[in-house]
Design a protein around this ligand. Structure first.
Ligand SMILES: [Zn+2]
Length: 277
């Protein structure tokens, strides 16, 4: 990946302790944020000591409402889903508080209708096609990554809104890095099956441990789907190494919280699209 497509967390750090895509020109027209541990300590979220997801993977409504308030997104128009490590992507056609059931991606062309996913090590992905003005937010753990949910996201933007893959910009949010992500036989086999001869680009072996690079795998899968290399961006960090900033299941096990990735089409810049209200 080009150095100018990689951002350190401090380069994206903005209001409410979150990482924002404001400074990435390819995402003009979208307001997107990755809430961090710092976000939880700010504003309305601070007084609430729950977890964003319950044991069953359902969104904790009060928690997420407070996070939205802290970040300035309208909770009453938010779409979320129950993430199941698949490749299903739900199309969101109305700006209302919406529970999309079991899926791992949300896509919309409706302005000011935020989409959110929750992660702790898995990759949160924001995809944006400025023309025609369509947005997707995906959750990609190793299963979803190697099943190439990112390719499904591109297909969804193409099929639903006639976007062209070469016009799609992709941002890979904070996730566990290969430094801290050893995988077992099933993960290694899935990587080999997914990438064949190129598996060596995503899977490395060191000291008898195989490590998977989730960002690299999503980058490769995006390119297979027709996304141009110069349109793939990422935050260069590791959720497990960045203990003060990011949640990590690998590091903290069941004690880990969840980071919220949230994005919405901006009203002013997406005029003529969506429901326009
Ligand atoms: Zn690490």
């Amino acid at each position: 990946m080009n150095a100018e497509n990689e951002f350190a967390p401090r380069e994206l750090a903005g209001e409410a302790g979150a990482l924002w895509l404001d400074s990435v020109p390819a995402f003009d027209g979208v307001t997107a944020a990755f809430a961090t541990k710092k976000t939880l300590k700010e504003g309305p979220a601070a007084a609430f000591a729950g977890k964003p997801l319950d044991e069953d993977g359902r969104v904790n409504e009060e928690y997420v409402a407070r996070l939205c308030a802290t970040l300035g997104f309208p909770y009453g128009r938010l779409a979320t889903c129950r993430q199941v490590h698949g490749t299903e992507i739900c199309r969101v056609a109305l700006a209302e508080r919406r529970w999309c059931g079991e899926c791992d991606g949300l896509a919309t062309d409706v302005v000011n209708a935020p989409l959110a996913v929750f992660t702790a090590d898995c990759v949160p992905i924001v995809m944006w096609a400025a023309r025609p003005g369509a947005l997707a937010v995906l959750h990609a753990g190793w299963r979803g990554t190697l099943a190439k949910i990112i390719g499904e996201g591109v297909s969804r933007l193409e099929e639903s809104w006639a976007a062209r893959a070469e016009e799609v910009a992709v941002f890979l949010g904070p996730a566990v890095g290969p430094c801290c992500y050893a995988v077992g036989d099933d993960g290694a086999r899935a990587a080999e099956a997914a990438f064949g001869k190129r598996a060596g680009q995503v899977l490395t072996e060191e000291g008898g441990k195989r490590r998977l690079d989730l960002h690299r795998a999503n980058e490769l899968a995006a390119q297979e789907a027709g996304v141009l290399p110069e349109n793939v961006y990422r935050v260069a960090t590791c959720a497990s190494c960045e203990e003060g900033l990011l949640e990590s299941r690998r590091r903290d096990g069941d004690e880990a919280g969840r980071l919220m990735a949230i994005a919405a089409l901006e009203t002013a810049k997406a005029e003529g699209h969506g429901n326009g209200d």
